[in-house]
Unconditional design. Structure first.
Lengths: 451, 295, 289
């Protein structure tokens, strides 16, 4: 009888703890610097595995440990940058090459995962998630998310959903990367060619068409499509049409299609017809124009808002279906073999909090809506100067609009992107023909899926 | 019956030290080799290194339907069939020469040992400079107006791999052969010579017979070393080499990076089964010859 | 006719040797010579940048003579990168115990196999061989699991212990000890020697060649270790030299040339020291007591 009563009490306490926590989340607006009441029993020890040093994780771990004294968060960073100053003042890095250390990290991590001794929280960006998801390395976070009542009110759910896959949500992104494209205003004014004013986002192929028209119909010196090169055009077009080339479900690839070769040859034709600069521009002394420019949101917003801005109609890039594509920024997952998943989740939840995401060391604007103003404001201050200035509130609003447009996950497996990029590079450097490149990519992607 | 038991107990007591000596090696071997062997064999029969659910022989069946595994297996077997005999013959010849000449033998052996002294990264760098499209070999062939070829990505890549393997490992076998050759008492040669045997017959009757244990040793070591050539090839050509040099180790390495340890283990166990059957045959043969030798 | 063809064969052989030697030593010579080049010269030779001076630079130059000769790389290596010296020392700390341990343990074990006859001897010996065949990629994960179980996974022991018990040693020395004539052993027994004494005074001196070859080969294998280091060594200051070099890559060519030169030296020294012992076979002259 006594035991049952004690058990009931524990259950009640935990239940009340849960509700208490969600109430705290809703009231967060007043508690930017106050510590939350630790209602649930938060204790134990977890390890966090990072590839590179991430300052905000270290600081967050310390704050977490201050908040919850019975916890211990070990942050393990694999690659530490070591610099030595030589006698003649040059700074030399003694670290191994990036390739080698990333590979070593993966080997170590894999061994630990397979022996069941890996860290509890793992930084997922360098990992080939397609394979890891298959093997069930990470824990499904869906229930945790529901439990905490994470919703649109406080978080950019559209960004959080980028971490979802068919079988569940295995990664929690803390930030996001996407592209903003803009056109050269001077060229637009000259030719009158411009995108539809009502567009909120534009697909790359549409933007490319406009850019080509701009270059064709204006007479200024040194006008090129963009600062990039031909293979970037090809890559963007391939990415836009990725479902035609890869069927992720059936694990089949279709790169030896005519459509793919067409894209390659089209990009090369553009290159040969002089749409791209071949290193002749002297950036400081010549007038030059790039019909379109792709930039990341924080910077693009500033450039758009400057008084004499030449960025015309900056907007996010979307896919053919009008959905803005984005990639997860720093993302973390919980090891499915962890013995302390709850604590691991608490830490990740803390990383998502306003407190952490408004820290200067977090740099970017993250998924937490509360911290948005603080971090966007910080960046705006940095970009604001006497010469070039804009209204900070305009900046925040513009950036926020863009953030809310994020919709679908961009193609996010580095191994696959590297394969495509490498072989395309070979084609554009004339090492192989388009047919050979498409066959190589086809073989390699097939191998990647079916080995 | 009693007598036999007493015999064996006496023998045991007499040989106690010897058993202790053997166990010095045996215990460590058990811990660091036998147990890991069984652990890895266990994984061959599960589907997932994390959930460890037993699936029997499914991994093996899947492997034979996997064209990459088959390609890797084929290339590995071809590579071994060419390079292992070549290596053994050349290194034996060199070891014999090394034995005969008194003066420069140390330096001769040293020359062939140099490849093992240089780190893999440096040798890989060096061979890249020689065999790449802009490399030394093409420069040299350019003099004769041959067209430049990216050797590592061509159909000749297997020969390059054999060459690199031989370059690196002949020295290793030379050491084993020199030690083995020197175990053959000179008196046997003198005997044979007295009985009128020619150089070739001496070689066949004396040398080859007494080298059988060493042959066995060298064969196994060459097999083990042929796995290590993967390191250089990997640095040279990465995860996705030309299909002719895609060997089993590439498959295994990629499996490891996809956390598919079960496939890794089952794939190597297939190759090892083949080799082990070969070794059993050699083992029996060697056993018979050895019995004759020590008498 | 006979003399001529002999001479001809000899000349052909010498030519072949000359070419072979060139192929064999060239990497080392180039590494050593290049280590005396300045950074700029190395970049000129190996980078394929199409400069305006050499618009057709298609091939890589293998320059042999540095111009100018400079100790720049060595200065960088020894004085400005103390971590290099530490890693050299780490390599020594790992390799020396392995060699000593391997020789001792394997000699004892091989002796046991030689003199004892028990029921499962052939099977056991066979196991020694089969297990040895597993390549590193397979054994690393189980080794990690075992090391974790023994709580040594963070120290050098996780590398040293498996290396000491490597079956190669037993296998090699057994093949040598087998050839020691049984008469020697019996003679020792008759004279009342126990196993340890027989081991030290009769068997060991006759397998000097085997021991020397084992020492050299073990040294080579573990001086060059990379994969075990990646998995077991987490602290960068404890990295052995081989691992340090593996990470250098093409961005630091000059440094890696100098480092490789140093790296190769101990092996060559060990080899020089041990080579003569290789040639000591089984003593046929009389019995030692």
């Amino acid at each position: 009888m006594k035991r049952i009563l004690v058990l009931l009490m524990c259950v009640l306490i935990t239940l009340s703890g849960c509700t208490q926590n969600s109430k705290d989340v809703i009231d967060h607006a007043d508690e930017v610097t106050q510590t939350e009441k630790a209602d649930k029993k938060i204790e134990g020890e977890i390890t966090v595995s990072l590839l590179d040093e991430m300052e905000f994780v270290d600081i967050a771990a310390e704050k977490f440990m201050d908040k919850y004294p019975n916890t211990n968060i070990n942050v393990e960073t694999f690659r530490e940058t070591e610099f030595i100053e030589t006698t003649d003042g040059a700074v030399m890095s003694v670290a191994p090459t990036e390739e080698f250390s990333t590979e070593s990290y993966l080997q170590q991590l894999n061994t630990k995962i397979m022996s069941g001794k890996a860290a509890d929280v793992i930084f997922t960006n360098p990992l080939p998630m397609i394979k890891y998801r298959e093997m069930g390395v990470f824990e499904d976070l869906t229930d945790y998310i529901d439990e905490k009542g994470i919703d649109e009110e406080n978080y950019f759910m559209n960004i959080i959903n980028l971490g979802k896959s068919e079988k569940g949500q295995f990664e929690m992104p803390l930030s996001v990367y996407f592209d903003i494209i803009s056109f050269d205003k001077e060229l637009v004014d000259d030719s009158g060619i411009k995108p539809n004013e009502n567009l909120k986002s534009i697909s790359y192929s549409d933007a490319l068409k406009i850019a080509i028209d701009l270059v064709d119909n204006t007479n200024r010196d040194n006008t090129y499509l963009s600062i990039g090169r031909a293979y970037e055009v090809a890559y963007q077009l391939v990415e836009e049409n990725l479902e035609d080339f890869i069927d992720f479900d059936k694990k089949k690839s279709y790169f030896d299609k005519k459509e793919f070769i067409d894209i390659l040859e089209y990009a090369k034709k553009l290159d040969q017809e002089g749409y791209f600069d071949k290193g002749t521009i002297d950036f400081y002394n010549m007038e030059y124009h790039f019909a379109y420019d792709i930039d990341f949101p924080s910077q693009a917003a500033a450039f758009t808002l400057y008084d004499d801005s030449i960025s015309y109609q900056s907007m996010p890039i979307c896919n053919k279906n009008g959905k803005v594509m984005a990639r997860m920024g720093s993302a973390f997952g919980i090891n499915s073999q962890s013995e302390n998943k709850d604590l691991a989740w608490e830490f990740i939840y803390f990383l998502m909090s306003e407190e952490v995401q408004s820290m200067p060391s977090f740099y970017t604007t993250g998924i937490n809506k509360g911290s948005f103003d603080a971090s966007a404001g910080r960046y705006a201050e940095m970009m604001n100067s006497d010469e070039f200035s804009f209204e900070i509130s305009d900046y925040k609003n513009l950036l926020r609009t863009w953030y809310e447009q994020v919709d679908v996950n961009r193609f996010a497996d580095y191994n696959l992107s590297n394969i495509i990029y490498e072989e395309m590079y070979n084609y554009f450097e004339d090492v192989c023909t388009a047919e050979e490149a498409s066959k190589n990519i086809q073989d390699r992607v097939d191998k990647y899926f079916n080995e | 019956m009693n007598n036999n038991n007493l015999e064996s107990v006496r023998k045991l007591r007499k040989n106690k030290t010897a058993y202790l000596m053997l166990s010095a090696s045996l215990l460590g071997f058990l811990f660091f080799y036998i147990i890991p062997y069984f652990i890895s064999m266990f994984y061959a029969f599960v589907d997932n290194p994390l959930s460890k659910s037993f699936v029997g022989l499914i991994n093996y069946r899947d492997l034979f339907n996997n064209k990459y595994f088959l390609r890797g297996l084929k290339n590995t077997i071809i590579f071994m069939c060419i390079s292992i005999p070549l290596n053994m013959i050349i290194s034996l010849g060199l070891a014999m020469i090394c034995n005969k000449i008194k003066v420069f033998s140390k330096y001769l052996n040293l020359v062939f040992l140099i490849p093992l002294a240089i780190p893999s990264a440096t040798t890989a760098f060096f061979w890249k400079q020689v065999f790449s499209l802009n490399g030394f070999l093409n420069k040299f062939l350019g003099i004769f107006n041959f067209e430049a070829v990216d050797w590592l990505n061509s159909k000749y890549s297997m020969y390059i791999m054999v060459f690199i393997f031989l370059w690196k490992n002949i020295g290793y076998n030379m050491i084993l052969f020199i030690a083995g050759l020197n175990n053959i008492p000179k008196s046997y040669y003198e005997c044979a010579q007295l009985e009128g045997a020619s150089r070739w017959q001496q070689f066949r009757i004396v040398t080859l017979t007494y080298l059988v244990p060493t042959f066995f040793l060298v064969f196994i070591m060459t097999f083990i070393n042929s796995f290590k050539v993967f390191k250089e090839i990997y640095i040279l050509t990465g995860d996705n080499p030309h299909e002719n040099i895609y060997i089993l180790q590439h498959f295994m390495n990629n499996m490891f990076m996809s956390l598919n340890y079960p496939k890794l283990v089952s794939s190597i166990s297939i190759l090892i089964t083949v080799i082990v059957s070969l070794i059993i045959v050699m083992f029996i043969f060697e056993g018979r010859v050895s019995k004759n030798l020590s008498e | 006719m006979k003399i001529n063809s002999k001479k001809a064969i000899k000349t052909v052989l010498i030519v072949i040797f000359f070419i072979a030697t060139l192929i064999y030593i060239s990497p080392l010579i180039i590494t050593i010579l290049n280590s005396f080049m300045t950074e700029r010269e190395i970049n000129e030779n190996y980078a394929l940048i199409k400069t305006i001076f050499e618009p057709d630079k298609k091939y890589i130059d293998f320059k042999l003579i540095p111009n100018p000769v400079s100790l720049e790389q060595y200065k960088k290596l020894l004085i400005e990168t103390p971590v290099y010296l530490k890693s050299f020392w780490n390599s020594v700390i790992i390799t020396v115990p392995i060699i000593i341990g391997q020789v001792v343990v394997s000699a004892l074990g091989a002796y046991g196999f030689t003199v004892l006859e028990f029921k499962f001897k052939r099977v056991l010996f066979f196991m020694y061989i089969v297990v040895m065949l597993l390549p590193l990629q397979v054994t690393l994960l189980p080794n990690y699991i075992v090391a974790e179980f023994l709580h040594i996974k963070e120290s050098y022991l996780a590398i040293i212990l498996p290396a000491i018990f490597n079956p190669l040693g037993v296998f090699l020395l057994y093949q040598h000890m087998k050839l020691v004539p049984k008469s020697y052993l019996e003679a020792a027994q008759i004279d009342g020697a126990n196993h340890l004494e027989t081991f030290f005074y009769v068997v060991l001196p006759n397998v000097t060649g085997g021991i020397a070859s084992l020492a050299i080969l073990t040294f080579i294998e573990y001086w060059n270790l990379i994969d075990q280091g990646i998995i077991f060594i987490t602290d960068r200051s404890k990295e052995p030299l081989s691992l340090f070099l593996a990470g250098m890559g093409e961005s630091q060519l000059g440094l890696s040339f100098a480092a490789s030169t140093f790296y190769a030296t101990p092996i060559l020294i060990v080899f020089f020291y041990c080579h003569d012992y290789l040639k000591i076979g089984i003593q046929t002259s009389g019995l030692k007591e």
